[in-house]
Write a protein that binds this ligand. Structure first.
Ligand code: SF4
Length: 376
C-alpha cells in the first residue's frame, strides 16, 4: 500500500487479495509487492545456477524461478534450493512427475497449470506433493500456450480466453481443496495482458503475479514492462512481479524495483534523481550519475539523492531528498543534507564525498530503524 495523506494524488489502493506463502515470502494481502526473476543457466549446471540465484538475491530478488525440464534438473534443484538465500519456484510444463520431484526437492512453489498435466489422478498426485511439502502453486496462463478448446472457442488468444483458462485451472485446484495458489495471465502484447489482468483481478481473490512475457531486450523490454506493469500496479493490481527481459536476471530485478520505486510501492537502495544535463551544467552530470550508480549499489536502505547540474532545479530537488549536490561555478558545487544547503565541495572530490555522505545517512536511517524496532 502506498498511502500519502499529505499528497493524496500519490495514493494507490491495492486490490484486496488472499495472502499465500512462497517459502518465507508472503504474497498477497498487504504483503510488500515481491520482485521475482528467473535463471537462464542450465539447471543441471549447479554452481552456475546457484551463482545466478545469489546474484539476483543480492540485487534484491525476493523469489527466483528455475526451469525443471527433466529428471536431472529435479536432482540439481535439490542442491540449488539448499544453497539459495531466497525461495525457489520450480517451473514445470506438462510433466506431472517433475512437479512431484520439485516439491520433494524443496521448491517453495510450483509454476504449473493443473489442466495441462494429464488426468485427474496425476493432478491429485501433484497437489498432494505440493501440500505435503508446503509448496504453493502458481497457475501461469500464457497467451502463447492457451488450451486448444479455448482457441477454438475464441478463434485466437484474447483476454476472455486467458481469463477462462485461468478460472478453469483455479477450479481444478479448488475442487481438490487446494487454496495456496497465485495466478498470472501473461501476454507479450501489452493491451492483451492489461485487459486480461484487469478481468482476472475481478474474477478471483487469488494473489496476482504480474508480467509482460517475452517483453524484449533491456531497453525495449523495460519500457514495455513499465507501461504494462506500471498501469496495473497503479490501479492496485499485482502482488508479485517479474520483468521478463532478454538480459541478465539481475537487470530484471533492477527494472522491477525501479517500476515499484517510481510508484512509491516499494523502496530499496538509493533513488537517484538527476537532471538530463545541458549547457548550464556545472559538472559532468551523466558521468557522475553513472559513477554514483555503481558506487552506491551496496546501499540497501531506502533513501534519495539528487544530482542536479545547476541552480535552475538543484535547490528545489534537494529540498525533497536526503542528500543532494547542485553544480555551481568555478569547479565547485553545493552539498545539501536533509534539504538544506550544507557546504561547498569541489567537483573533482564530489563523487567520493557524496558516497561518504550517503553511507553516513544510510547508517543513520538504519540506526533509527533499529531503535524504533527495539522500542516496540
Ligand atoms: S538542472 Fe540545470 S544543468 Fe540540469 S538540465 Fe536543468 S538547466 Fe540544465
Amino acid at each position: 500500500m502506498s498511502l500519502n495523506h499529505i499528497r493524496p494524488w500519490r495514493n494507490i489502493y491495492r486490490r484486496e487479495s488472499r495472502r499465500i506463502m512462497v517459502g518465507n515470502v508472503p504474497v498477497g494481502g498487504d504483503a510488500p509487492i515481491s520482485v521475482q526473476t528467473m535463471t537462464n543457466t542450465a539447471t543441471t549446471d549447479i554452481p552456475g545456477t546457484i551463482a545466478q540465484v545469489q546474484a539476483a538475491a543480492e540485487a534484491g530478488a525476493d523469489i527466483v524461478r528455475i526451469s525443471v525440464p527433466d529428471q536431472d534438473s529435479s536432482r540439481a534443484l535439490k542442491e540449488i534450493v539448499r544453497e539459495s538465500p531466497v525461495p525457489i519456484v520450480a517451473d514445470i510444463h506438462f510433466h506431472y512427475k517433475r512437479g512431484i520431484e520439485a516439491a520433494e526437492a524443496g521448491a517453495a512453489c510450483l509454476r504449473i497449470n493443473p489442466g495441462n498435466i494429464g488426468d485427474e489422478a496425476r493432478v491429485r498426485e501433484v497437489i498432494k506433493a505440493a501440500r505435503d511439502h508446503n509448496c504453493s502453486i502458481r497457475i501461469g496462463v500464457n497467451a502463447g500456450s492457451l488450451e486448444k478448446h479455448l482457441l477454438e472457442k475464441y478463434g485466437e488468444p484474447t483476454p476472455d480466453a486467458m481469463v477462462e483458462s485461468g478460472l478453469e485451472h483455479i477450479k481444478i485446484l479448488q475442487d481438490n481443496d487446494f487454496h495456496e495458489f497465485k495466478i498470472s495471465c501473461k501476454a507479450s502484447d501489452v493491451f492483451m495482458a492489461a485487459a486480461a489482468y484487469q478481468q482476472l483481478a475481478e474474477a478471483t481473490d487469488a494473489p496476482i503475479h504480474l508480467g509482460i512475457t517475452e517483453a524484449g531486450g533491456l531497453t525495449s523490454g523495460t519500457i514495455k514492462s513499465a507501461i504494462g506493469l506500471g498501469q496495473l500496479l497503479w490501479m492496485g493490481i499485482g502482488d508479485t512481479i517479474r520483468v521478463s527481459l532478454s538480459a541478465d536476471p539481475v537487470e530484471e530485478v533492477k527494472v522491477g524495483y525501479e517500476i515499484l520505486k517510481s510508484l512509491g510501492l516499494r523502496h530499496r537502495g538509493v533513488n537517484i534523481i538527476s537532471c538530463p544535463s545541458c549547457a548550464r551544467q556545472g559538472f559532468d552530470v551523466i558521468k557522475t550519475v553513472e559513477a554514483l550508480e555503481k558506487r552506491l549499489e551496496h546501499i540497501k536502505t531506502p533513501m534519495s539523492l539528487s544530482i542536479i547540474g545547476c541552480v535552475v532545479n538543484g535547490p528545489g530537488e534537494a529540498l525533497m531528498t536526503d542528500v543532494g549536490f547542485t553544480g555551481g561555478g568555478a569547479g565547485n558545487g553545493m552539498v545539501y543534507l536533509a534539504g538544506k544547503a550544507s557546504h561547498k565541495m569541489s567537483n573533482d572530490k564530489m563523487v567520493d564525498h557524496i558516497v561518504e555522505e550517503v553511507e553516513k545517512k544510510a547508517a543513520e536511517i538504519e540506526a533509527q530503524q533499529e531503535a524504533a524496532e527495539a522500542a516496540e
